[in-house]
Write a protein that binds this ligand. Sequence first.
Ligand code: KG4
Ligand code: ZN
Length: 340
Amino acid sequence: MIVLGIESTCDETSCSIVKDGRDILSNVVSSQIDLHAQYGGVVPELSCRRHVDVIIPVLERCLDQAGITLQEIDLIAVAYGPGLIGALLIGVTAAKALSIALNKPFIGVNHVEAHLYAALMSHHEDVEFPCLGVVLSGGHTALVTMKDIGTYALIGETVDDAIGEAFDKVAKQLGLPYPGGPQIESLATKGNPDAFPFKPGKVKGHSLKFSFSGLKTAVLYTLQGQNAKKSLPITLTEQTMCDIAASFQQAALTDVVDKVVRAADLSGSTTVIFGGGVTNNKALRLMMHERAPHLTALWPAFGLSLDNAAMIAGLGYHTFLNKGSGDAMDLNAATRIPFE
Ligand code: KG4
Ligand code: ZN
């Protein structure tokens, strides 16, 4: 089955052709980083305007690279949420329009679940369910038990910032451009992770819930301590920047790995599936490997960690087969979708 995937939940416009849920024939991603970098984060109105501008060229390039025509598509899968409403509407409307024009079914896919599917797509051996799913992205931080593809139960999430958001905000405090995750990771390789005693957040009575806002504020106080007047630009040595990045990253990632190990233990899972942009972080992968050798960790291929339409097409294939039909035209874009 040839599936066209469409992704436009936030700041990437992507179209992909995937055969039978796994075989990626093309995966074209147009990133808006250049557009939002100057504002230090995603500006929703600019995001949806850029999606409008590029969705058709991205679709054309994706068909071209896959060497197929529109008529050869059997199913259109689109990320219908969660995400920014204006951005989502562009992808959902494109999918519906193609579905009507080609007389082919379309199916809505949950973007967060697709991040977990990205790791399954990247591994060709069969995965034994149930397992633990860990979503670490710019918008979500969640622990779920997965009984199968499409059957999830939420067991932990963040009560404030998502982990990627914390990386982005700390980077902004350090004067680094958006997105901050890769910047922090790169500085951290040259820093001392024990230089600053940052502590991961605890949520009283909830051992699987995350909180990153206190950690972000601790970094801010450390920076302001360097310069009492907030309005003045903070001047830090290159080494202090690296030490702050390394100490922040260590605190945040240690917290993630601790909770993943606890959740795997509590849920009796030995396989852990990771998804989301933060899984690009090599220090996280190494820490998980060193701290939890008893767990089998499945990571998305590096090209499938960040937002992309291949994971949407891949999961769309399974959603369509499970459901036995496509979605109706009244399927709406959804800014929030509960995990279940
Ligand atoms: O999954 P994603 O592409 O978008 C969402 O669905 O949110 O994730 C983007 C997030 C950003 O917050 C970015 O800073 C973070 O992933 N990120 C990283 C790294 N690469 C991207 N965070 C830490 N280390 C990285 N290497
Ligand atoms: Zn995402």
